[in-house]
Structures are given as structure tokens and as C-alpha cells.
Design a protein around this ligand. Structure first.
Ligand code: CP
Length: 324
């Protein structure tokens, strides 16, 4: 792994229901399937009003992100509000963590204010796990992205998006392309695709952005974009994560696009009806050309739309059963 990581605390309660969502690793496939089914219930076409209910009225969700986010933070907030919960956003850069307060002390403070769920993003991948091992029994911890290790709701929304467009995950050939070494999205989406029966998952990257040899078991590895996406049903392009690289290893953007940018011409190597995903934010003209990002094979906006539905399903699954 590119960063330190501890094994997750138990994510399921004794009765098998979901209490925490920290990683898709070791999550039973029936839990993944049931979250996707419930996400379908909440997903709505763009033109329709958003799904709403008051299932979580009286519950409080605290969102505490120590790394930048647009999609994950906003969609967790919208998901909480659309289920009737109260939401508090803790801007870490404006919080007492800057005065030296530890994460456990901040969490204990919010627990005293009757928070029912913490949604956490941190550069340190052990933070969601650490918090989940210390909070009171009725409280759930949901990861909004843990270092380079995991981004479980992104993995779920990627699987949901593929399933909506292809009707299934089973039997598909899926290519994950780009900066895989630093990508928590790649790790979680791979787990989701593998658990749901993808026929082949390829990791396609320049040698310097390949993950360690002992990661991504049973994936095939490709160091050429054209051969890596050849005959694939799904092409998932990843952002170059400059913030996780040392200055020496940051690729030159023009050269990267020349060799690794997904252009319309290169996309023709994949199946004619292949779909293109990108978790965003995108570096247009670096890992993906704008005419592909905005083109007919792109399902990137559906990924964003599905993010709210998936987070509603996760909040419902974790909070509805966790009664005080
Ligand atoms: N895909 C994703 O996690 O986006 P944000 O960083 O904007 O949340």
C-alpha cells in the first residue's frame, strides 16, 4: 500500500446489518447487492424531482473532511437532508484541530452533541477505522475517502452506474486506467466489480503509476493504453493525483496526454458500445479529452447523480437499524 493502514473494525452488527462503511473489502456480496438495490430506489432521472423521505428525522449526521471534496461532501449532505436528518459540516481547516485538538477529542465533543453518524475523509487512511473503534454503540462511521486506500461509496456508485448502463456487472471486461498507484477509487471500484462478478478487470497504467505487485489480485496488468482497453465494455479513467506524488514523480502533463490521454481515437480500441467513467475531478486534456468526457459514451454525470442515491442507501442502512 502507498500509505499505512490498519485492518478495519467490524462493519456489521451481530445481526448482520451494516453499522459502519469503511471499506468494501470483506463486505459480504449480499450487503453490496442490497445497497445497490436500495440505491436504485433512490436514483431518479435528472428531470424528475429528487427522492425524499423523513426516515432519518431526528438523526444527526456530522460531515468532517480533512481533504478537499465537492461531490462526496455535497452528496452526503444532500442525501442526509433528503432523508430528513440534521446535518453539520465541520470545516477541519476552521476547526479546533488547527489548535491541536486530536481527532478522538473532536469526535468525543460531537458525540456529546448527539451525533448519530460521522462521515469522514482524511489523508490518513486509518482515521475512519480509528473513530469507528471508539464511538458509542449507536453511532455509525462512514468513510468519504481514506488516503489512497479506499472510497467505498465511490465504488458502489461506480458499480451502480455500470449496472444501469450494461444491465449487469457479471461477464464484463473492465479497464481501470491511469494513476492507479495513488487511487482510492481504483481500489474500491475494483473490489465492487470483482465482488459482483466482472469477467476481467484490467489495470492499465504507466509503470510508475502501477500499484505494488501484491495488490489488485487476479487483475491483468497493461502498460499500453490501446491494448489495455481493447475490447473492453467499460473504461474507467482516473485523475492524476498530483497531491499524493513527490515533485520528482509528477508526470509532465503534455507528455502524459500524448501517451495516456483517453481521446476519441484511442477509445475506438474498446468495444463500440463501451461506456466511459471518471470519478472526477477531471484534468481535461491530461488524462481525458473533453470530447470524450462530454461525448456520447460518457456516463460521468450519471456517476454524480448516483452518488446521492448511493449515499441515501448507505445512510438508511446504517442509521435506521442503529437505534439508541
Ligand atoms: N469523486 C470524488 O470523490 O470527488 P470529490 O473529491 O469531489 O468528493
Amino acid at each position: 500500500m502507498p500509505d499505512s493502514y490498519r485492518r478495519p473494525t467490524a462493519q456489521l452488527r451481530a445481526d448482520g446489518s451494516l453499522r459502519h462503511l469503511l471499506t468494501l473489502e470483506e463486505l459480504p456480496v449480499q450487503v453490496i447487492r442490497s445497497l445497490l438495490e436500495r440505491s436504485e430506489h433512490y436514483a431518479r432521472p435528472f428531470a424528475q424531482p429528487a427522492a425524499r423521505s423523513d426516515l432519518l428525522a431526528g438523526r444527526t449526521v456530522a460531515i468532517m473532511f480533512a481533504e478537499p471534496s465537492t461531490r462526496t461532501r455535497v452528496s452526503f449532505e444532500l442525501a442526509s437532508r433528503r432523508l430528513g436528518a440534521d446535518v453539520v459540516n465541520i470545516e477541519v481547516q476552521l476547526s479546533s484541530r488547527l489548535k491541536g485538538e486530536s481527532v478522538p477529542d473532536t469526535v468525543a465533543t460531537l458525540e456529546s452533541m448527539h451525533v448519530d453518524a460521522f462521515v469522514l475523509r482524511d489523508v490518513d487512511p486509518s482515521v475512519p477505522d480509528l473513530v469507528s473503534s471508539s464511538v458509542a454503540e449507536h453511532i455509525s462511521v462512514l468513510s468519504g475517502g481514506a488516503g489512497s486506500h479506499s472510497h467505498p461509496t465511490q465504488g458502489l456508485l461506480d458499480a451502480l452506474t455500470v449496472r444501469q448502463h450494461k444491465g449487469r456487472i457479471e461477464g464484463l471486461r473492465i479497464a481501470i486506467v491511469g494513476d492507479i498507484r495513488h487511487s482510492r477509487v481504483a481500489r474500491s471500484s475494483w473490489h465492487a466489480f470483482a465482488a459482483l462478478g466482472a469477467e476481467e478487470i484490467r489495470i492499465v497504467a504507466p509503470r510508475g503509476l502501477m500499484p505494488a505487485d501484491d495488490e489488485f489480485a487476479r487483475c491483468t496488468r497493461h502498460t499500453s493504453l490501446e491494448s489495455g482497453i481493447a475490447d473492453c465494455d467499460v473504461v474507467m479513467v482516473l485523475r492524476i493525483q498530483k497531491e499524493r506524488m513527490t515533485a520528482a514523480s509528477i508526470p509532465d502533463e503534455v507528455s502524459y496526454f500524448t501517451e495516456w490521454g483517453l481521446t476519441a481515437a484511442r477509445l475506438r480500441s474498446a468495444k463500440q458500445d463501451a461506456i466511459v467513467l471518471h470519478p472526477q475531478p477531471m484534468n481535461r486534456g491530461v488524462e481525458i479529452a473533453s470530447d470524450v468526457a462530454d461525448g456520447p459514451q460518457s456516463v460521468i454525470r450519471d456517476q454524480v447523480r448516483n452518488g446521492v442515491a448511493v449515499r441515501m442507501a448507505v445512510l438508511e442502512a446504517t442509521l435506521l437499524r442503529g437505534r439508541r
